[in-house]
Design a protein around this ligand. Structure first.
Ligand code: CUK
Ligand code: CUA
Length: 622
């Protein structure tokens, strides 16, 4: 297994599977390695078998991965579905952007969805979270944020397709996203950018004191925003307690500033613990202000709802600008990573509502390294935190961190180098009550010299690390280049997903058109409605004649029952590419503005007669 051979990156490439720590041990036996280029295969054969504890991670041709990893594609606006442990990208699910490969944003339904959600051409997807029932993945939906335009989307995991997008009122920079556990009763969108509320040009736009950020709670079925909570400072990432009582957010800029200098002035920011039942009681009691049709509960520090013993939001002071937050699988702790501080803060969840001084809920503060960003779990009591500045993943013992003094390094078990500068990391099923504890992906922001150069923009580097053997320690087994730019991910065992092989026509709103049922009708003066089928290797109509200026509604059913047998409707010079998968019916509406002949063709290669699968759109002059 020679993933990295040939790269000029030091001894990691000479000894695939050999960790730096082991290198020290092996060093005596193999001598000075710097001059040993050319001996790579010899060394690998000798050393790999004895050193590697990882199970075989090279999935042979024809065999399948054990896990699905869903990666937020960042500024690409999509979700990437990657198989683990092979790291093969299986498919991309377009969410906030059009994608001609999947016909997304080309048919009426998905195009209207994108238009109603603001009509933007892109989004910034960071945190894909899979719906849960009883604290485990149920394989029904994934939810993901759009940091760019303040939105949340739902992906139907039966079809691996985006089926709803909500444009969240009063929120700019929807960053963290997370389902309320254990049964996905709400979806939370975490508002990062402080802005005027409502942001409609009223008030003093230059006065940051008039800005605010909200947490939004969204109904997972209707995708309506049910309520919001206004807070002090801005927010960043979020995660919920496993029983559903609290939702935690990190934040920076408790200063409420508008410049980098101002945002980093004070030594403390805070973790906010939203008490969901109390917030819902406040909404029930009418204790809110309706802004842009959403009930907004005042959760700022000086709000009357936060005085006394039953605050709706606890503000727990933590060192400078904590970034990631995640709840341990046993629901005991919420761990916030320090970012600008070398520690993580271990917050004991059942203390939050008991202590007089919120700081007392912090029961551990291990010193981990420089730039701790995100923390994942193996279910064996260990935490794994990405160190952005140190370019490392640090493994540490959670209970040890509670025992040890604040600032102690003793909970640290092991560090492994990653290449380079990790943002998120994620372990298999880390967000559930029962993580699998075998694989971890470090989602590195910089790849530098790890791959063939491809110009000034380098790919990201998603690195696979085996964490299943505590004796042997973490083992880096694979590099995988990624298109810009994965942030968070969720890893789900394949047994928990049941994707459809073909469409179920009952799941679709449009009517199925079988062979022989095709119709073409002129409706009114300048509208033509077409309903037809597609199959190997023809469309329901061999030609369609319309008049210049006509609006054409073309609905097409793929009547194939064989899985994987896609067709599409590509219309030159009309910006149309409508995919139809087996048993799927879709509709596209377009205007025939220019007289002429246009060859409608199928763009998905479907058979030896794929090129002959054609029809003519004949647009006669008026
Ligand atoms: S993230 Cu969104 S800035 Cu660390 Cu969860 Cu990358
Ligand atoms: Cu149908 Cu190609």
């Amino acid at each position: 297994d020679e993933q990295q051979s040939g790269a000029a990156d030091g001894f990691d490439s000479l000894l695939p599977g050999l960790r730096r720590r082991d290198f020290m041990k092996a060093g005596a036996a193999v001598g000075g390695l710097s001059g040993l280029a050319g001996c790579t295969s010899l060394l690998s054969e000798e050393e790999e078998g004895t050193v590697s504890a990882a199970p075989d991670h090279s999935i042979p041709p024809g065999e399948m991965d054990e896990y699905y990893a869903f990666l937020g594609g960042g500024q690409s606006g999509d979700i990437r579905v990657v198989g683990l442990p092979s790291m093969r990208e299986l498919i991309r699910i377009p969410v906030f952007q059009r994608d001609s490969g999947r016909g997304y944003g080309h048919d009426d339904e998905s195009r209207e969805m994108l238009e109603e959600a603001g009509g933007y051409t892109w989004g910034d997807t960071h945190h894909p979270r899979i719906s849960q029932t009883d604290g485990d993945y149920d394989g029904r939906f994934a939810y993901v944020n759009d940091k760019a335009n303040g939105r949340m989307a739902r992906i139907d995991l039966t079809y691996f397709e985006t089926d709803a997008i909500v444009d969240i009122p009063n929120q700019q920079g929807t960053h963290g996203s997370c389902a309320q556990l254990p049964d996905t009763d709400l979806i939370f969108g975490v508002g990062e950018f402080r802005a005027p509320i409502p942001n409609d040009g009223t008030g003093d736009l230059h006065d940051p004191d008039e800005y605010g950020a909200v947490l939004a709670a969204i109904d997972p079925e209707s995708m309506n925003v049910e309520w919001e909570v206004l807070v002090d400072g801005n927010m960043d990432n979020g995660d919920g307690s496993k029983e559903g009582r609290y939702f935690f957010t990190t934040g920076y800029n408790s200063e409420g500033a508008v410049t980098e200098k101002g945002m980093t002035r004070s030594d403390r920011d805070d973790v906010k613990a939203f008490d969901i039942p109390r917030i819902e009681a406040a909404v029930e009691a009418g204790d809110y202000e309706t802004i842009n049709e959403v009930p907004v509960v005042d959760g700022r520090k000086d709000s009357s709802l936060n005085q006394g013993d039953d605050p709706v939001v606890h503000y727990i002071p933590t060192p400078k600008s904590p970034h990631g937050i995640s709840v341990t699988p046993d629901n005991k702790y919420a761990i916030a990573s320090g970012k600008l501080d070398p520690t993580a803060s271990v917050i004991q969840i059942d203390k939050i509502d008991e202590v007089d001084d919120p700081t007392d809920a912090i029961v551990g503060q291990p010193k981990l390294g420089l730039g701790p960003l995100h923390t994942a779990y193996d279910g064996r009591g260990h935490a794994y935190t990405s160190l952005f500045i140190d370019s490392q993943v640090v493994k540490w013992d959670i209970e040890e961190a509670v025992e040890a003094d604040a600032g102690s390094e003793s909970p640290v078990i092991e560090k492994i180098d990653v290449h380079y500068n990790p943002g998120h990391l994620i372990a298999s099923e880390s967000y559930t009550e029962d993580p699998a504890g075998d694989w971890l992906i470090s989602l590195n922001k910089l790849s530098k010299d790890r791959f063939l150069p491809v110009g000034p923009q380098h790919p990201e580097n998603d690195q696979l690390i085996y964490i299943g053997d505590d004796e042997a320690g973490m083992e880096h087994v694979k590099d995988s280049p990624a298109h810009a730019e994965p942030h968070d991910a969720s890893i789900c065992h394949r047994s928990k997903l049941d994707p459809a092989k073909t469409y179920d026509p009952d799941d679709l709103d449009l009517e199925y058109t079988d062979e022989g049922e095709e119709t073409m009708e002129r409706v009114g003066d300048d509208r033509v409605e077409i309903e037809m089928y597609s199959t190997r290797n023809k469309y329901g109509f061999q030609e369609m004649t319309v008049t210049e200026g006509d609006t054409i509604e073309m609905q097409v059913t793929n009547i194939e029952t064989t899985s994987d047998m896609l067709h599409s409707v590509a219309i030159p010079e009309h910006d149309v590419h409508m995919r139809v998968a087996p048993q799927e019916t879709r509709k596209v509406t377009f205007t025939a503005d220019d007289p002429g002949v246009y060859w409608i063709y199928c763009a998905h290669f479907c058979s030896a007669l794929h090129l002959e699968m054609r029809s003519r759109l004949i647009v006669e002059p008026e």
